[in-house]
Design a protein around this ligand. Structure first.
Ligand code: FAD
Ligand code: DLZ
Ligand code: SF4
Length: 523
């Protein structure tokens, strides 16, 4: 009797815990393209194409390595449409003595998995995902008894545990964190080196055609598809990053330049999250670049921190806080997501460019996500669940475990500060300092109020004012609140009226779209 090993679309690693220790002779690997995963939120077309193409390539590699793979295509007429439906069907075909699966990255999927044993009547073994450095249990132990969870302390433990950038017991260079050296605004003409692009092969083209037909009304472009879809292609992308972009990764990490969609970022998150690249290996190779004198410490430390710090910490927080995190709304934000998040049709040049790269590439870099798209949603009081759905739909790297804490915790403060010590709220001045957006905007970043003023300016004070009961005692916001309280009554009224007028205009524009019967994601 066989062991049935379901491998999900973001578990495409040859060293996956469920495959380790299995004998290919009595194992059936089950891979499933199912409508429920593609449509429970209406994912970006390029994201679905990436996942299906990477799954098909991985199945071919497994077969070549001697595994028996039962691969269910989306257009299989018998396709049950869900993981559970397909696992039941596969159990009927293969009569397994055991189902072995690695825990998923989505609480919703795990809930379904927990029912498999009852439905199928054979034991189901759910294994920890050993591709992460810190297991869910280890993170829970680290978090136990702490009033506040702070990434920085968790990160130091991961540095000690891995020995990355350590000189014995001490951090290399004497400091744990070199973020202060990583915040330069862009000089005129800043351009990143060309990104390696991977032309779709026949297998990818077949998937692109399937997605283009079946999910034609989903958000996003398919014609620019060039993501790495195999471990080998992902390795080419990683090697190019380490050589060409890592040395300047830190310095321009927060910079935004119109039309420059990738700058010096790794653009490796989709490959990492699918399992095509091993993050620890990337960190070791980045450290080697530093030790060989080819990349500065600040850049390498910044990159290592994102991977063994933020990425691991975010995942730990997800499992610690679910399912409550999905419902959190500490600031009581209720405004629906504005239509321009789908259409890009807004006079705000920063938001228009961030939506454009999102639509074209299923990618925007961290500061675009946090300080433009997230910051606007925070300041305008948009409902966290609408924002989280949008982020889950639009990015090729978005899986629930990583998207939700970043959106609800980091960008929107919807968890009341368990993840971040203060909201990442900023006025237009920040965006102006870190980008070249404002020069081409119809709004004037230096104007504080009125119809021509940058909307972020008045919205910033509106946000602080309307949330004073919840944020007014936050020590990290002491300065802005002191400034607000020092302002004349007249000035404050002017700010609030300006923000209200803008929000009303936004609401009217969206009502206009709705009156014309446009379906929201299809524009
Ligand atoms: P780089 O900037 O080059 O960073 C290197 C790597 O570090 C990334 O590939 C990624 O694996 C890791 N990393 C960096 N920051 C984070 C972080 N905060 N959380 C987890 N990993 C991190 N990342 C996702 O992978 N999926 C998401 O759905 C996602 N949603 C986000 C939503 C919001 C509102 C914000 C503020 C951030 C989100 N991030 C998400 C984190 C981060 O923006 C992306 O990981 C990054 O932009 C990916 O691009 P890159 O590979 O060029 O990353
Ligand atoms: C995101 C996604 C999509 C669009 N489609 C599939 C699919 O058809 N089959 C599959 O195995 N996985 C898919 N995924 C990824 C899953 O949603 C993901 O494995 C879970 O959300 C757990 O992270
Ligand atoms: Fe964005 Fe304001 Fe700058 Fe326009 S002026 S690009 S809205 S920050």
């Amino acid at each position: 009797m066989t062991v049935l090993v379901p491998v999900l679309g973001d578990q495409l690693s040859h060293g996956l815990a469920s495959l380790k220790g299995c004998d290919p002779a009595d194992t059936v690997v089950l891979m499933m393209e199912v409508a429920e995963e593609a449509a429970h939120v209406r994912h970006h077309k390029a994201k679905i194409a990436l996942i299906f193409s990477a799954m098909r390539h991985f199945a071919a590699e497994l077969r070549k390595a001697g595994w028996r793979v039962d691969y269910i295509r989306l257009d299989d007429p018998e396709n049950a449409g869900s993981f559970t439906g397909e696992v039941i069907r596969a159990a009927e075909r293969h009569s397994p003595r055991l189902i072995r699966v690695v825990e998923p990255g989505d609480w919703r999927v795990e809930q379904a998995m927990l029912d498999w044993q009852t439905f199928i009547g054979c034991p189901v073994e759910i294994l920890p995902d050993s591709r992460f450095l810190c297991s869910r249990d280890e993170f829970a132990s680290w978090a136990a008894g702490r009033k506040e969870l702070r990434m920085e302390f968790f990160y130091r433990e991961m540095r000690r545990r891995t020995g990355l950038l350590m000189d014995g017991k001490d951090p290399v260079g004497g400091k744990w964190n070199y973020d202060a050296a990583n915040r330069s605004g862009p000089p005129t003409g800043l351009k990143g080196p060309p990104l390696p692009r991977f032309a779709p092969d026949a297998m990818t083209n077949e998937v692109i055609e399937l997605v283009g037909t079946r999910f034609a009304d989903h958000f996003g472009a398919l014609d620019k598809f060039s993501w790495p879809v195999t471990a080998q292609e992902a390795e080419t992308a990683a090697a190019a990053f380490l050589k060409d972009r890592l040395p300047t990764f830190g310095q321009w990490q927060d910079a935004m330049v119109r039309g420059q969609d990738f700058l010096f970022h790794a653009v490796l998150s989709p490959a990492i999250n699918l399992g095509l690249l091993d993050p620890l290996d990337l960190c070791r190779r980045a450290e080697a670049e530093y030790r060989a004198g080819r990349a500065p410490l600040a850049a390498v430390e910044g990159f290592v921190r994102q991977l063994i710090g933020w990425r691991e910490y975010i995942r730990g927080v997800y499992w610690l806080e679910m399912p409550g995190l999905a419902e959190d709304n500490y600031l009581g934000a209720t405004r629906p997501l504005p239509d321009f998040y789908w259409t890009g049709k807004t006079d705000m040049a920063c938001l228009a460019d961030c939506v454009r790269t999102t639509r074209d590439n299923a990618y925007a870099h961290h500061i675009q996500r946090l300080m433009v798209l997230g910051n606007f949603a925070l300041l305008a009081g948009i409902r966290p669940q609408d924002v989280a759905d949008w982020f889950l739909v639009v990015y090729a790297d978005a899986f629930d475990w990583v998207e939700l804490p970043n959106v609800a915790g980091m960008a929107l403060f919807a968890d009341g500060g368990r993840l971040a010590s203060k909201p990442y709220a900023a006025s237009g001045a920040y965006i102006d300092r870190m980008s070249n957006y404002c020069g081409s905007c119809r709004y004037k970043v230096k104007l504080k109020t009125g119809p021509d003023a940058c909307p972020f300016n008045a919205l910033y004070w509106h946000f602080l004012d309307r949330n004073e009961d919840k944020l007014g005692r936050n020590m990290r916001l002491a300065n802005p609140y002191a400034t607000w309280r020092r302002m004349s009554e007249e000035k404050r009224t002017e700010y609030l009226a300006s923000a209200e007028a803008f929000l009303q205009q936004l609401q009217n524009a969206d009502a206009g779209w709705a009156r014309h019967g446009q379906s929201e994601q299809n524009r």
